[in-house]
Structure formats: C-alpha cells, structure tokens
Design a protein around this ligand. Structure first.
Ligand SMILES: NC(=O)c1ccc[n+]([C@@H]2O[C@H](COP(=O)([O-])OP(=O)(O)OC[C@H]3O[C@@H](n4cnc5c(N)ncnc54)[C@H](OP(=O)(O)O)[C@@H]3O)[C@@H](O)[C@H]2O)c1
Length: 322
C-alpha cells in the first residue's frame, strides 16, 4: 500500500492520542496545524511531527499531504472538513463528524464529486471486536435482533467554560457521548430507525445534560438509550436477539463481549483486538478505504447524524451558529 502523509488540524487532547497511534502505524507524522502556533510547535516537538504550519491554508495547500485529521471541537468540524475536501484531501474527522445532517450531506457530496474518502473517527466502526460481533449476529447465533439497550453516563466536572457544556462549541451529551451510543445501536440494526421519541433535561448553559431516546425501525427492532453528562453510568450495550444476547461493557473501545444463549443460559466470551489501539484501527481503516476507494462506515455515520439531528429537532435545540 502507498505510504500516506497525514496533516493534523487541532493539537488538543485527542490529537495527542492520535499522534501516538499514527507514529505506531506509519512510523512518522507529516504535518500539524493549530490556531495557536506555539501549541502546534510543542505538539510537533513531543510527537516528532515533520512540518508545522503558521496558517491553515499552508497546511491545506501542501501537495505532499494526502489525509487531513480534524480534531477541533464539534463546532469547527464542518468548516475544516469542507476546506480540506476542497483542497483535495481525504478527511478523517473526530466524532461527532458534524453538528447536523445538512452539514454532513454537503460534505459527503463534495467528497463523492472529488472521489475523496470522508470518514468519521468513530472507534466502534473500526474496532476488531465489532467486526466479529457483526459476523456472529449475521450467522444467526442469537436469532433475530429485537432490542438494543445502550447507556453512556459520564460525570463531567462542573465547568461552564468546558466544551462539554458550551453551546457555542456544540457541547451537550448528545453530540459528545450520544454519538457513541447511537453508533453502537445503528451498527447492529438491520435498517436505520424511522420512529423516534425522546425527552431531555437541559444544563444551565442550554446544552442537553441528559436524555432518554427510544427508536424503532421498519424491521420492528427497537433501541432504548440513556445518556447523561452529570452522573456516572456503566457504558454498557446489550444486543438482544430471539435466542441469545450479547453484552459489551465499555463499548466505545471494547475488546471483549459476552454472549449468553437464552435456551440453556450458557455463556461464551468473545475477544478481539486491543482497547489501547482504538485509534490505530481508525488509521488502518482510513488508509485501506483510500486504497480501495470505498468506506463502508460512511452510511452508518450518515444514519447516525440523521438520528441525532431528529432528536435535537424534537427537543427544539439549536446551536447559536446553526
Ligand atoms: N475519539 C475519541 O476517543 C475522542 C475523545 C475525546 C474527544 N474526541 C473528539 O475530538 C474533538 C476534540 O476534542 P478534544 O477533547 O481533543 O478537545 P481539545 O482538547 O479542546 O482540543 C481542541 C483543539 O482544537 C483547537 N480549536 C478549538 N476551536 C477551534 C476553532 N474554532 N478552529 C480551529 N481550531 C480550534 C484547539 O486549539 P487551541 O487550544 O489553541 O485553542 C485545540 O487544539 C471533539 O470533536 C471530541 O468530540 C474524540
């Protein structure tokens, strides 16, 4: 496979983990840009990045860069994705890929027109465990999937300035953690839900602090989801079929699941991959997608963004920049 050069936009928390993964997978990091140059320089020094750019256009116009990784907060994803695609770069963007489906569909159209790969850095679509669970379900081991129950509770420290609670930065539980729960559910459903009911509780800054979401698709499969940013809950997903169920703990980056056969109660452990390599798998899949000219996870990303947009429409919650 061709050696790909990556350029990183945004050198914050997750970019540091990503840089470690990129060094492991590719051995080198080509370029990085951050809106505050000094921060990019410190990052480059730490992760041995070859080029640092003083402005975004210089990074985007560098002909040696094949792939852009976007790790800015949610509110800035759309702008970075569109600019990178228009500069003819493939894009791997952090979750949630955009803040609504209109932004995403516009980006997908530009990517298609220019034969570029646009992928969301959603661990669930790339962890080996999920590929194995999909095969198990497709083989009929647990019978037809009927119900998916999935929670995400994260007790974020009270700080109205943190991106988690900032409406200007498209914070809130739905886009930050609900995107994982929805991705988990969509991954195991036969089709995208077309019925949805939900209620939420707002935080004092106007972002969604917690919510309950129930979904159903045309195949009669249902999802029950509970999200909160102010109380710890086990990150647990359960996929229940007519003949058994699969439990996945810490599902955003899981390498282990338990399958219980309901007929006699016996259990089977399923192990695949390594939880510490979550971002490595994304990089490998992104490079493979470019090589193959096709990314099977994009449709899942589109379905999830459509659902997240419908949830917010029902709440009547609009970000200030939308
Ligand atoms: N995949 C995962 O496991 C995972 C985990 C955590 C987060 N994430 C996602 O990754 C993204 C970033 O999260 P984070 O926790 O890394 O955030 P962070 O630590 O706040 O870093 C954000 C970076 O983006 C830059 N930035 C902020 N606003 C910008 C703007 N308007 N234009 C250009 N650059 C901007 C910041 O620059 P300055 O510091 O110089 O202002 C900073 O370097 C989010 O979408 C989040 O959901 C993914």
């Amino acid at each position: 496979m061709k050696k790909y050069n990556w350029g990183i936009i945004g050198t914050g928390n997750i970019a540091c983990s990503f840089a470690e993964s990129l060094s492991r997978v590719n051995g080198e990091i080509y370029g990085a840009y951050n809106r505050h140059l000094e921060k990019a320089q410190v990052f480059a020094e730490k992760y041995r990045v070859m080029h640092v750019y003083e402005n975004l256009d210089n990074l985007l116009n560098d002909k040696n860069i094949d792939i852009i990784y976007v790790s800015t907060p949610h509110n800035a994803h759309y702008e970075m994705i569109i600019k990178a695609l228009k500069a003819h770069k493939h894009v791997l963007c952090e979750k949630a890929i955009t803040v609504n489906d209109r932004q995403l569909e516009e980006a997908v159209a530009i990517a298609k027109e220019n034969q570029l790969i646009l992928m969301e850095a959603m661990t669930i679509y790339h962890m080996p465990l999920y590929k194995q669970l999909r095969e198990i379900i497709d083989s009929g081991k647990i019978g037809k999937v009927k119900m998916i129950q999935v929670n995400f509770g994260s007790c974020k420290e009270y700080d109205v300035h943190n991106r988690f609670f900032s409406k200007e930065l498209a914070g809130g539980a739905l886009l930050d953690i609900g995107v994982y729960a929805t991705a988990f559910a969509r991954y195991f459903l036969q089709s995208c839900p077309n019925t949805l009911i939900t209620t939420n509780q707002y935080f004092e800054t106007g972002v969604d602090e917690q919510s309950g979401i129930i979904m159903k698709n045309q195949d009669g499969q249902m999802v029950v989801m509970a999200l909160t940013m102010r109380a710890k809950q086990p990150k647990r997903g359960v996929v229940a079929g007519e003949e058994g169920y699969i439990e996945v703990n810490d599902y955003p980056r899981a390498s282990q699941a338990t399958l219980t056969y309901t007929v006699d109660g016996h259990k089977e452990e399923i192990n695949a991959g390594d939880t510490t390599l979550g971002l490595d798998y994304e990089i490998i899949d992104m490079q493979k997608a470019i090589h193959d000219g096709y990314d099977s996870s994009l449709q899942l990303t589109r379905d999830v963004m459509k659902l997240l947009t419908e949830v917010r429409t029902q709440w009547g919650m609009i970000y200030p920049f939308e």
